[in-house]
Design a binder for this molecule. Structure first.
Ligand SMILES: Nc1nc2c(ncn2[C@@H]2O[C@H](COP(=O)(O)OP(=O)(O)OP(=O)(O)O)[C@@H](O)[C@H]2O)c(=O)[nH]1
Ligand SMILES: [Zn+2]
Length: 218
């Protein structure tokens, strides 16, 4: 069965930001999450692990889990770039940093949460966005099956593409449940990823400055 057949005929490009939507630019859900299908699958899982999905405590569980997945994967049906298209023009050309943007995402390997903080610094090139828009971008990009590296790159690329920034630095730190509650069981491990573009990549002092602002005093 192909990925698109398994997905009920809908093709989803997990690796890029374009091509995911029926109508790019429209942030409304363009195709609904198939809740009954998730419910059937969860019921099957409960059977498969040796549970009785009809016992009182589990009766509502498939429907609950279906609603939960709709929420956790809501970013599959939205286009985060629209938030950056609401920019305004400002002469400011120093760094803007929004740090400690908390997020939760789902690791695509195990469908377990990874939870942490994103820090986004950028040097505008005329276009500045409302600070909340950076957090909205993180929200939508994290609410998909993800790997941390891709999420980091996607956020940085979006600022380059939509704002034409002189530089952008995205640093993400997160704890992965798939490493803490199962498998290798290392509950204290933290994964840190960074994507540096433009002057943050080419200029060592800009890179040091943003890293100091993120981690200074910690
Ligand atoms: N690079 C990267 N790896 C991730 C991320 N989330 C989960 N992983 C890793 O994905 C890998 C999947 O490895 P597999 O060998 O296919 O699966 P597994 O047998 O369940 O692996 P273990 O976790 O080692 O038990 C694991 O090493 C996870 O730690 C992520 O965001 N980035
Ligand atoms: Zn995982």
């Amino acid at each position: 069965m192909s990925a698109s057949q398994a997905n009920g005929g809908k093709s989803v490009d997990h690796g890029s930001l374009s091509g995911e939507l029926d109508e790019p630019g429209d942030n409304a859900t363009s195709h609904e999450v198939d809740l009954p299908r998730i419910e059937r699958a969860v019921r099957e899982i409960l059977f498969a692990v040796g549970e009785d999905p009809d016992r009182e405590g589990l009766r509502e569980t498939p429907a609950r889990v279906a609603r939960m997945y709709r929420e956790l994967f809501s970013g599959l049906h939205t286009d985060p770039r629209i938030h950056l298209q609401k920019f305004f023009t400002e002469k400011y050309d120093e760094m803007v940093l929004v740090k400690d943007i908390s997020f939760n995402s789902m690791c695509e390997h195990h469908m377990l949460p990874f939870i942490g903080k994103a820090h986004i610094g950028y040097v505008p090139n005329g276009k500045v966005v409302g600070l909340s828009k950076l957090a909205r971008v993180v929200e939508e990009i994290s609410h998909r099956p993800q790997v941390q590296e891709r999420m980091t790159e996607q956020i940085a690329n979006l600022l380059v593409e939509e704002l034409g920034v002189k530089g952008v630095a995205v640093v993400i730190e997160a704890a992965h449940s798939c490493m803490s509650i199962r498998g290798v069981r290392k509950p204290d491990s933290l994964c840190v990823t960074s994507a540096m573009k433009g002057l943050f990549r080419s200029n060592l002092s800009s890179r040091s400055e943003v890293m100091n602002l993120i981690y200074g005093g910690k």
